[in-house]
Design a protein around this ligand. Sequence first.
Ligand code: PMP
Length: 424
Amino acid sequence: MISSENLFDRARRVIPGGVNSPVRAFRSVGGSPFFTKSADGCRLITADDRELIDYVCTWGPAIHGHNHPKIRQAVAEALEKGTSFGTPNPYEVTMAELLVELVPSVEKVRMVNSGTEATMSAIRLARGFTGRSKIIKFAGCYHGHVDSLLVKAGSGALTFGNPDSAGVPAGFAAETIVLPYNDETALREAFASNGEDIAGIIVESYPANCGLILPKPGFLQTMREICTSSGALLIFDEVMTGFRLALGGVQEVEGIKPDLTAMGKIIGGGLPVGAFGGRAEIMDCLAPEGKVYQAGTLSGNPLAMAAGIAALQLLKEEMPYNRLADAGAQIRDALLSAAKGKGIPLQVPQTGSMFALFFTENTVENFDHATSSETGHFKTIFHRALEAGVYLPPSPFETCFISTAHDKSAIDRTCEVLTASFNF
Ligand code: PMP
């Protein structure tokens, strides 16, 4: 057996920080990361032969749990035919048809290889379509590591206390207007002073990279109205929320049609996939139809499409959203009652199969509220839970995900472990 410790030692010599994505390094909770050698259902099997109930779910994609037999079979069948063709392939058409069928605002869609590519391409398209250059984003929202969006970004960028990355020219960031989430006045003011220059608003439809923050009633509707009246495009980043909260994502739940939608994670069934789509009139501005260039050697890759199609079809067949939401509510209630029993202030924002923990008295409505909450308790709970076999995201500013493979015994066990870990 090669231990996690040994692998991490080797990794650090040849990979910056020993990881291929920063939050994996456990910097914000302390300690060293474990390595996973396999995963099945709701469990990870570590290199040290520990079994962990997993609430990271590969950072969102694994809504069916790990290694689902139907997804594996779809990939195996595709693999028989070849790994990449460099020409259009039939899977891409099925995938696009599914996304157009299921996501309310999407009339045409283009596949890419990650969520980052999806948001990057969506904002380029918004700029190309409108002929304007400024983009509004909200503090704490993470849209991948796109240069101009790494301003007050959430997820790993926030975790490291360095929201603005080195290497992003000031001129790029200058095209980004950052506003506090849930602040209608700030939004109106930004449009009043820059309206003619604003190509679009990009927003995590439910921000989930700074813990989990839910919109105040009407906030998303206001965005829609302002964009429509000023000629800017509304871009929903549903990379995390798409297919997680409903087949049609937050736009279905809230009944709001963005102009463009960025997608990723679940639509790849665990393989590297992203997509962006929206109104046909806008999407037709993309090359080769239009003047906005965007391309990808492996975009629409047959293995990735096969995995994603299988994942989406499973969701259509099973419609697991009520069941997932019940599991989310059970964990939320267990956490809240454990905290209450100990007199510890805790907020557990939860929607469907997503939840997060904020150690604070008040509802968290924005980035400043989130970052001023207490983080030490989370670190303690994280390590106690890990010790007892429950893996939460290794940062106080990430969202936990539940999969359909988290059965009753896994959820009950999780509630037991989390409750016991509230012993401060
Ligand atoms: N947008 C959102 C909302 C995300 O959560 C993420 C990744 N966590 C991204 C974009 C970037 O996706 P990727 O890591 O696949 O590039």
